[in-house]
Design a binder for this molecule. Structure first.
Ligand code: SAH
Ligand code: SF4
Length: 391
C-alpha cells in the first residue's frame, strides 16, 4: 500500500437494534431501557424503578426468563415477555486447553462467529472478548487481520460474551448463598477480534454495563481496552469509559510500524504518543500498557529497546512483551527466548515493568493474534500477506 493511502473504515455497520423480532434488553443502557419500557406502556413514574428491578435480574442474578422476575406483577412479566427478549450469543463450541484456557466460538445474528477466550490464573481470571467480526486493519503479524468479513458487534453481543462465560463458569450468584469474594471472571480485556475504537459506542455501552454497581460490577481498573492507535478516540476512551488502556505499539520507528501496524500511516508514533500523554490523568488510571510483539529480526534489537525507552519517557507505562504466536501462513518468526529476555532486561533496568506474556491456550489456537472465525474460509495467501507487509 502506498504511504499516502488513506486507512478507510470499511465496516459493514450493523443497526444497534436488530431488525427482526422484539428488541433485546441485553445491551441497552439504563436510559435506553427506560425509554423502551415507557414505549410499551410502563407509566413514566415507575419506569426508573422497573429498570432497576429488571437490570438486577439480568445482570446480577443472570436470569433470562421474565417469568422468574418475581418482584414484578405477573401481568407485567407477561407483557414484557411479549415485547422483549433477553438474548445472548449462542455458544457453538467450547474448547479447553491443557493449561485450562477455554475458547468459545459464539454465533451472533446473521450467522457470524467470534471467539472469546477465558484465561484462568492463580489470582484472577481474565476474559478476552471481541468487538468486531474480523478487523478492517491489516496488521501483518495478526491472524484476525487476514479475515475479510467484518461487522461491528452490538453492545448486547459484547456484554453477551461476558454473560456466556459467567454461565459456563457457573458464576451467577445463588440467592441466599454466602457471597463469594473470589471471582473466577475478575478481569476483562478487549483484546480479541477487532479494533474496539472502531466500534466505540457499542464498546462503551457494553463496558458501562460490565461496570454497573448493580450488576456484573467489575471495576474500571479491571477492564483493559487494547487499541492499535485510533488517536482521535483515545481522549474519548478516557472520558467516557475510563478503563485501563493498552496500546499495540510493536515498533520504535515509523518505518517499521508502518509495516507492522498500518494505521501508523494515518496517525504516526509522535501523534500517538501525544494522545497517550494525557490519558492517565483524564481517566485517572495508573499506567498505560505498551504491547510489543517480539518478531525475530524485525523489531527486537537492543537499539529498539533503548529507542522505546526514549519514546515513552514521561508516560507512566508498563511494557508487555508478547512472544509472537505463529499461525498458518504467518510471515514472521518468534524472537528467541534469549533475545526476549535481553530486551526485557534493558527496559526493566530503565525502570519499567517488562513482563513477558506467557502464551496461553496455544494448542487450541487461543493465543493473542491467533483468533479467526471459522466461518471465514477465504484466507489470504502467504504471498499476499507478505506483499502487503512490504516484505
Ligand atoms: N485490535 C486491538 C485488539 C486486539 S489484538 C489491537 O490491535 O490492539 C490484541 C493484541 O494481540 C494486540 O497487541 C495485537 O497486536 C497482539 N497480536 C496480534 N497478533 C499477534 C500474534 N500473532 N502474536 C502475538 N500477539 C499478537
Ligand atoms: Fe486488528 Fe488488532 Fe489484529 Fe491489528 S492487531 S489486525 S488492529 S485485531
Amino acid at each position: 500500500m502506498p504511504a499516502s493511502a488513506p486507512i478507510t473504515q470499511d465496516v459493514m455497520t450493523f443497526p444497534r437494534k436488530l431488525p427482526d423480532g422484539p428488541p433485546n434488553l441485553v445491551g441497552m443502557t439504563r436510559d435506553a431501557m427506560r425509554e423502551a419500557l415507557i414505549a410499551v406502556g410502563t407509566p413514566e413514574k415507575q419506569a426508573k424503578m422497573r429498570v432497576g428491578q429488571i437490570w438486577q435480574w439480568i445482570y446480577h442474578w443472570g436470569v433470562r426468563d421474565f417469568a422468574q422476575m418475581t418482584n414484578l406483577a405477573k401481568d407485567y412479566r407477561t407483557m414484557l415477555a411479549e415485547q422483549f427478549v433477553i438474548e445472548v450469543p449462542e455458544v457453538m463450541t467450547r474448547q479447553v486447553s491443557d493449561d485450562g484456557t477455554r475458547k468459545y466460538l459464539v454465533r451472533i445474528a446473521g450467522g457470524h462467529e467470534v471467539e472469546v477466550v477465558y484465561i484462568p490464573e492463580t489470582d484472577r481470571g481474565t476474559l478476552c472478548i471481541s468487538s468486531q467480526v474480523g478487523c478492517t486493519l491489516t496488521c501483518s503479524f495478526c491472524h484476525t487481520g487476514t479475515q475479510k468479513l467484518v461487522r461491528n458487534l452490538t453492545a448486547g453481543e459484547i456484554i453477551g460474551q461476558v454473560m456466556i462465560a459467567r454461565d459456563d463458569l457457573g458464576e451467577w450468584p445463588v440467592p441466599g448463598a454466602p457471597k463469594d469474594e473470589t471471582r473466577l471472571l475478575s478481569n476483562i480485556v478487549l483484546m480479541g477480534m477487532g479494533e474496539p475504537l472502531y466500534n466505540f459506542e457499542n464498546v462503551r455501552d457494553a463496558m458501562k454495563i460490565a461496570m454497573d454497581p448493580h450488576g456484573i460490577q467489575l471495576s474500571r481498573r479491571r477492564i483493559t481496552l487494547s487499541t492499535s492507535g485510533v488517536v482521535p478516540e483515545i481522549a474519548r476512551t478516557a472520558q467516557e469509559i475510563g478503563c485501563q488502556l493498552a496500546i499495540s505499539f510493536h515498533a520504535t520507528t515509523d518505518e517499521v510500524r508502518d509495516k507492522l501496524v498500518p494505521i501508523n500511516k494515518r496517525w504516526d508514533i509522535a501523534e500517538l504518543l501525544d494522545a497517550l500523554r494525557s490519558y492517565p490523568k483524564v481517566s485517572n488510571s495508573e499506567r498505560i500498557t505498551f504491547e510489543y510483539v517480539m518478531l525475530d529480526g524485525v523489531n527486537d534489537t537492543d537499539e529498539d529497546a533503548r529507542r522505546l525507552i526514549k519514546l515513552i519517557d514521561g508516560i507512566p507505562a508498563k511494557i508487555n512483551l508478547i512472544p509472537f504466536n505463529e499461525w498458518p501462513g504467518a510471515p514472521y518468526k518468534r524472537s528467541s527466548n534469549n533475545r526476549i529476555r535481553t530486551f526485557a532486561d534493558i527496559i526493566y533496568k530503565a525502570g519499567y515493568a517488562s513482563p513477558i506474556r506467557t502464551p496461553r491456550g496455544e494448542d487450541i489456537m487461543a493465543a493473542c493474534g491467533q483468533l479467526k472465525s471459522a466461518t471465514e474460509r477465504a484466507r489470504k495467501s502467504r504471498a499476499q500477506i507478505a506483499q502487503e507487509a512490504g516484505l
